[in-house]
Design a binder for this molecule. Structure first.
Ligand code: SF4
Length: 241
């Protein structure tokens, strides 16, 4: 049988923020979105990554098995679901090794292309970029339609989901949007956790290496009060934060 290969951007052997416990994080390359705040624009082009077999990826992961046996493996990016067969093969091989698996996704690819890959993961970390479809297009280049379809699929198949959301002043930081988000997400019992991440500029310097202007130069990160207010609004809808 032909080897399943895909494009890898990099690895992080002791990730602490991408799922439960200490995790080995595989960053794949390629992303269909162009988020204005992206801190990894160097992952956008799939073929800029290193072509690697799923077998080789899992063999690298297994070198760290002792450290991640109570955590697991997360495939992040870029957008993992742009390489669905490759990611699925990594997830299945990790399962054979007894490791917990997660996909960190923006849900930006059509569900029809990635159902099997979602089925193969233990947990989905789903980034809801903007709860308003048109504003999502302004922020990322695409509406949130595919992300919400992915969330509905997780609900249908009882797949655990952790929602992530970046609080960006002038874009997603508004009471109206937070209430809309609370109302929308409250009906999904598959959501185990909601994480609010304040916008930051740590990747701004990387934009100098790509042929695009960084348009958020004048935008400041939200205050601690803004973040705790946003959490309060979402908690008021019974969401787990
Ligand atoms: S989905 Fe992630 S990698 Fe893709 S553009 Fe947005 S922030 Fe960057």
């Amino acid at each position: 049988m032909a080897e399943i290969q895909g494009y890898i951007h990099s690895y992080e052997s002791f990730g602490a923020v991408d799922g439960p416990g200490v995790r080995f994080v595989v960053f794949v390359s390629g992303c269909p979105l162009r988020c204005l705040y992206c801190h990894n624009p160097d992952t956008w082009i799939k073929t800029d990554g290193t072509l690697t077999s799923a077998e080789a990826v899992v063999s690298t992961i297994c070198e760290y098995k002792n450290f991640i046996k109570n955590g697991g493996v997360t495939i992040s990016g870029g957008e993992p679901l742009m390489q669905p067969a490759f990611c699925r093969e990594i997830l299945l091989r990790c399962k054979q090794e007894g490791l917990h698996t997660a996909i960190d996704t923006s849900g930006a690819v059509p569900l029809s292309t990635c159902r099997d890959t979602i089925d193969a993961a233990d947990l989905i970390l789903l980034d809801i970029k903007d709860i308003d479809a048109e504003d999502c297009k302004t922020l990322t280049g695409q509406t949130n339609e595919n992300a919400l379809a992915l969330l509905s699929y997780c609900e249908e198949t009882k797949k655990p989901v952790w929602i992530r959301h970046v609080l960006l002043p002038g874009y997603t930081l508004s009471d109206e949007k937070l209430h809309k988000m609370g109302e929308t997400l409250a009906s999904f019992s598959c959501i185990e956790r909601v994480e609010i991440n304040p916008f930051h500029k740590m990747g701004e310097y990387k934009w100098e290496t790509i042929d695009r202007p960084y348009t958020l130069k004048e935008v400041s990160p939200p205050s601690a009060e803004d973040v705790s207010h946003a959490k309060e609004v979402l908690r008021s809808y019974g969401l787990p934060l």
